[in-house]
Design a protein around this ligand. Structure first.
Ligand code: APR
Length: 227
């Protein structure tokens, strides 16, 4: 079976009602990223950070996967598909994709604030300040903040080297190390980019640009690949 690697970003969930990071005036839901998505922010004002992610979690739970998530899941009928996502929502899984690597964590889980390997499911949308991990430290959202390591990056890079075909959807490629993953895709592998605002990538060999929204561009591409 041919191996398809898909790298997705916030743009694939935009039409599910979840906002992207860089499409509006540098603010993220009205916050400066540094105030809510850094280890320093958690040290300074954990309640603010917790509330911020609780609100985001509520939005994720209320959102539904869109046609692009479903189209990628359908590719599994014919291909060996791995999705590497920068998104912290679970919309790929809810659309039926069964091999999803979350580079930046998953908002529906909590993690120990002293041991990143200890993660837990969250009941409902609210993670409370008094909830503790099995070591007794407070639980924080299971998301990778700016300035933190991205533990899954080497696995993701290795996966990219195995791609017979690569699809990039809805990411500005502004954030490293995720943005560097494209460079691991074999030179000759076809690479498709679906984004109304096509980002710049290093290798332009066998590159096909689809300057459309995810729900039209990914659906068309998936239909072609499945034909
Ligand atoms: N369909 C497809 N792409 C879209 C759509 C859509 N309907 N709407 C917007 N886009 C594209 C934009 O053109 C842009 O290229 O989605 C991309 C969103 O870019 P960013 O907001 O930078 O999101 P992303 O690339 O996922 O950000 C990477 O930055 O803040 C961190 O950790 C966070 O994982 C995130 C990382």
């Amino acid at each position: 079976m041919e191996k398809i690697i898909v790298l997705t970003g916030a743009g694939i969930s935009a039409e599910s009602g979840l906002k992207t990071f860089r499409d509006s005036d540098g603010l993220w839901e009205g916050y400066n990223i540094e105030d809510v998505a850094t280890p320093q922010a958690w040290q300074r004002d954990p309640v603010l950070v917790q509330n911020f992610y609780n609100e985001r979690r509520k939005s994720v739970i209320e959102a539904e996967p869109n046609a692009a998530h479903f189209a990628l899941a359908r590719l599994q009928e014919k291909f060996n598909v791995t999705i590497i996502t920068q998104n912290i929502d679970d919309l790929h899984e809810r659309a039926g994709s069964n091999d999803v690597l979350h580079l930046h964590g998953l908002i529906t889980r909590s993690r120990s604030s002293i041991d990143p390997k200890l993660t837990y499911p969250i009941e409902g949308w609210e993670l409370r300040m008094d909830e503790k991990c099995e070591l007794g430290s407070p639980l924080r959202p299971h998301v990778v903040w700016f300035g933190e390591d991205v533990p899954m990056i080497s696995k993701a890079a290795q996966l990219c080297t195995t791609a017979d075909l690569f699809i990039l959807v809805g990411t500005s490629l502004a954030v490293y190390p995720a943005a560097g993953l494209v460079d691991y895709v074999p030179f000759d592998a076809p690479k498709y980019i679906v984004d109304p605002n096509i980002p710049t990538v290093g290798s332009t060999n066998n590159l096909y640009k689809i300057p459309e929204k995810a729900t039209t561009g990914v659906v068309k591409l998936a239909n072609e690949l499945m034909a």
